[in-house]
Design a protein around this ligand. Sequence first.
Ligand code: ACO
Length: 360
Amino acid sequence: MNDGLEDVIAAETVLSDVDGLAGRLIIRGQPLEALAGSRFEDVLALLWDGFFPDLPGDLRGPLAEARATVFKSVRAQLPLLADRPAYDAMRALIATLPDRSDLETALLLAVGPAVILPALIRQQRGLAPIAPDPSLGHCEDMLQMLTGARPAPAAASALDTYLLAVAEHGLNASTFAARVVASTLAGLNSSVLAALGALKGPLHGGALGPVLDMLDAIGNADNATAWIEGELASGRRLMGFGHRIYRVRDPRADALKTALRRLSESGTIDMSRIGYATAIETAALAALQRHKPDRILVTNVDFFSVLLLEALDFPRDTFTAVFSAGRVGGWIAHAREQLANGRLIRPKSRYVGPVPQVAA
Ligand code: ACO
């Protein structure tokens, strides 16, 4: 049996190729680096191209309209979920959106996290939700709904970079979950809800908050090696490191480092914070190499993401929900691709339990 289905090909896709040995991510024929500077609207148009017969070339207007519709539809229900963790509350509110497979449903789902999460965060902070503004770009609007102020261009562009970096990544656990559900002909919302469940775990999108906990717990770069060795000796994994596929570098981590440098130039994040994280990264990579000399463990997308999300004023327990605001575009594209080309996904298990005794 192949534990964890490593190297098993379970779908053919035109969406992305994750080349772990070259450290390269190709999205619809283009390396991630070539898409730098793309806005969320462009990334969605690229991912969804060919999967909806009525897809307009420019998604800015339809996405702005969808943000307004979602805000109107969930606003009254926000207080009902005030005592729930933000991720669970967001998932519950997304579940109230339609569950068809058409473009209209896809647009509502694609903006769901971007509209619902800021409102939930504001509610936790004792603040009223802010309605979306159709004159703004998607990421500008998400940040304005969060803080109440027009974001600096560098901040909106950093969020665009983040959502691009996490939008699409082959058959990761959450995307596979989305495709399995789509293969049963359930609607797009059902796929997105399944994917949200998979993303939540700490071996996937749930590693984000714990990366920041680790940076806080280490406290000072001089303590890094001792703290990290202690974790590894106790059998714990270092969050933000390691990947099933990447063996040389995670190109998404590189893209985020560039975005962080730009944020520091605009004064949104202190360069010393980036320097501190880089020192921890160096110590962690050295310790992982000593600990697992036969396995190349790289810095993954989550490590530098947390600095960016922290600088944009998202609380750490909502980082995974922000991740979903990007990955939802990929989930929907995969669900539509599965619907168009795939069969019911139904693998086999090998029975290793007791067998009935046969009377002699
Ligand atoms: N820290 C310490 N040891 C590690 C780490 C790590 N971050 N990652 C892998 N290892 C060890 C494993 O314990 C394992 O050791 P073993 O053979 O003695 O059991 C060995 O390296 C091989 O690891 P695998 O489990 O085969 O790696 P796998 O491909 O299954 O897992 C994963 C990849 C889950 C990302 C893993 O590296 C990990 O747990 N990382 C920490 C969590 C994390 O950062 N998740 C976010 C990933 S990116 C994303 O999903 C958006």
